[in-house]
Ligand binder design. Structure first.
Ligand SMILES: [Zn+2]
Ligand SMILES: [Zn+2]
Length: 339
């Protein structure tokens, strides 16, 4: 059900704006996603307006001001406001944000406008600021990986030799195609090849690269599965018995959640999570959509809305299981034989 056409993206952005009016506590998540949809629809002025609205909010309500400014700069540069974009980028570099996302966004913006030298400087500034030396895989948090991959890519385009950070990027990269092949500036020449074996290999490489790229782009769009805790599910089915067809038993419900998430992960869907449902919040959602809670079609929309409000916990969980059993995930629904 993901939007594909510009009109879909505009409609989704407008839906998220309506949701934001209902849930002021989640407004930052919702407006950031709405802005991403406006960008994908080509409605860049409307995205800028949302970034400005978010930046105009009181300082502690806007927890991720650096991220919003980085997104605003990247968006401005895409529709001819280069000078303003550069001023924001310079300002951000001077404030040295402590989270990787704003750095990645401004470096990629420079890179996409062929400013490879500046992009390299920004990636390097952020890497030395946020990562420990000497580089080791176990002291490199996942959210910093895009910094290392981006820096590796820009350095290949500049024809620089590998350094210790590049070696680390190669070590942590999960794709079946090595980064050195993905980022080889000469590799596109082989697309001119007449040899079908070379062409097939090249297409496989481009697919893998697209996967990595999509992962970066999909950051604002979490995919979440709905989880009803046992007492909430009992209350839901007592009030709306027709939903029993969706949820034959609580144990089965939990097994289905884990199975769906594993299937999504196997198909390459990034940014997965679980959202926890409650009967009162579901009823409020149904009321806001002017529908009955008994309508099963409402369930996926409710899950999407909770995720858009920033309520998803990432899957697979690092510690305890998502099901609330207070057991480690690896010993609960994370066991391979659970399914
Ligand atoms: Zn490499
Ligand atoms: Zn569990």
């Amino acid at each position: 059900m993901r939007p594909d056409t510009p009109a879909d993206h505009t409609a989704e952005a407008e839906r998220l704006l309506r949701t934001a009016a209902q849930y002021p506590e989640d407004v930052e998540h919702l407006l950031l996603q709405a802005a991403a949809h406006f960008e994908l629809a080509g409605e860049r002025e409307r995205a800028t307006t949302l970034y400005d609205d978010l930046l105009a909010r009181p300082a502690d309500a806007t927890r991720e001001a650096s991220l919003i400014r980085a997104l605003k700069a990247a968006n401005l540069w895409e529709y001819g406001h280069e000078a303003e974009a550069r001023a924001i980028i310079d300002g951000l570099r001077a404030t040295a944000p402590r989270s990787p996302a704003p750095w990645v966004i401004i470096a990629e913006s420079l890179e996409s406008h062929d400013e490879l030298q500046s992009a390299h400087e920004v990636f390097t500034e952020a890497t030395t600021l946020l990562l420990t030396t000497p580089p080791t895989a176990d002291r490199t948090p996942k959210e910093t990986h895009p910094l290392l991959y981006g820096r590796h890519r820009v350095r290949r385009l500049l024809g620089l030799d590998h350094d210790a950070w590049d070696a680390l990027a190669d070590e942590i990269h999960p794709s079946p195609i090595p980064l050195d092949e993905l980022h080889d500036p000469k590799r596109l020449w082989s697309l001119g090849s007449e040899n079908p074996v070379e062409l097939r290999a090249e297409i496989a490489r481009l697919r893998a690269e697209l996967g990595t790229y999509r992962e970066a782009l999909s950051r604002p769009f979490p995919v979440a599965v709905l989880h009803w805790p046992s007492t909430e599910l009992t209350e839901l089915l007592t009030a709306y018995p027709t939903l029993a067809t969706e949820y034959p038993s609580h144990a089965e419900h939990l097994a289905t959640i884990e199975a769906s998430l594993r299937e999504l992960a196997a198909s390459g869907t990034p940014n997965l999570g679980v959202v926890t449902a409650t009967v009162p919040s579901y009823e409020a959602f149904a009321a806001s959509e002017s529908t009955s809670p008994a309508d099963p079609d409402l369930l996926p929309q409710y899950a999407t809305t909770l995720a858009a409000r920033g309520r998803a916990t990432p899957w697979p969980p690092e510690g305890n299981c998502w099901c609330g059993s207070a057991q480690p995930y690896a010993e609960c629904h994370g066991r391979p034989e659970t399914l």
